[in-house]
Design a protein around this ligand. Structure first.
Ligand SMILES: [Zn+2]
Length: 256
């Protein structure tokens, strides 16, 4: 039985059981992290020997992706002890093309008979009109054209099966999956979507705006939780301070 997940945007089917080896580009972002998580959970729960080959290609616009991808893989492996072979091929210094690097790597694994399929965590652009992109003042990385329209969920190129399980799912759909699996907060903390070389989350670029939109409710919940979980002593101290300022004590009255 394939991996099946039902969410409000549709059904996600991933025929993992058909393959002995699967290639997956793990970018350090939340989409590929979610895909890696659900694949690994399925492999673990069904006691399969499937080998996952993960590749991260840091480039100039996401130089920290190798770090975030490692955090993701460590998290998933601790939760589900499955086989994940991780490779990092940086193009930061030689300016190489990311997609060309991934393509070459997949071809080599296919020729070596290590994989029969490639999974791709690409998601759809926001479907809901509530997403309103505000153009940043500085130059920014635009969304991929491949995410527009109705992309295919499956392709076969030569001997390789290519699956795009999230092709028709947008960021709100991804947040629905992470909520189902109870990993939203964890993934928001260890992944990075922003393309700014300076900030972890610049809040302005297309990817930041999409992420904030997709996970809006959760961001608010985290914020509220952080306020509520202040150590009791601090809360008490604040309360006492406030009381002192508003209600004069016996000492204050005497001083006056
Ligand atoms: Zn950003």
């Amino acid at each position: 039985m394939p991996l099946t997940l039902k969410i409000s945007q549709g059904t996600i089917d991933i025929p993992i059981e058909k393959y002995k080896g699967i290639a997956l580009a793990v970018s350090g972002g939340i989409d590929s992290a979610t895909l890696l998580y659900i694949m690994s959970e399925y492999i673990h729960e069904n006691n399969l020997n499937t080998q996952i080959y993960a590749l991260t290609v840091p480039n100039k616009t996401d130089s920290a992706s190798g770090y975030h991808a490692q955090l993701v893989i460590e998290f998933v492996k601790r939760k589900f002890p499955v086989y994940i072979h991780h490779t990092i091929k940086s193009t930061i210094f030689d300016g190489g093309n990311k997609n060309a690097v991934i393509e070459k790597w997949v071809k080599e694994l296919l020729l070596a008979d290590k994989i029969q399929c490639e999974m791709n965590g690409v998601t759809a652009n926001p479907k809901d009109p509530s997403f309103k992109f505000v153009q940043p003042k500085n130059p920014y990385v635009k969304p991929l054209i491949a995410r527009e329209g109705k992309p295919k969920k499956y392709k076969r190129i030569g001997e390789l099966d290519l699956h795009f399980p999230f092709a028709n799912i947008d960021k709100q759909g991804i947040s629905e999956i992470t909520e189902l699996k109870n990993i939203t907060t964890k993934l928001l903390l260890i992944t990075k979507s922003c393309t700014s070389p300076v900030y972890y989350h610049c809040g302005e670029c297309w990817w930041c705006q999409e992420r904030t939109w997709g996970f809006d409710i959760k961001y608010q919940q985290i914020q509220n939780r952080q306020e509520k979980t202040l150590p009791k002593t601090t809360q008490q101290k604040l309360h006492e301070k406030k009381m002192k300022l508003t209600k004069p004590t016996k000492d204050n009255i005497l001083k006056i």
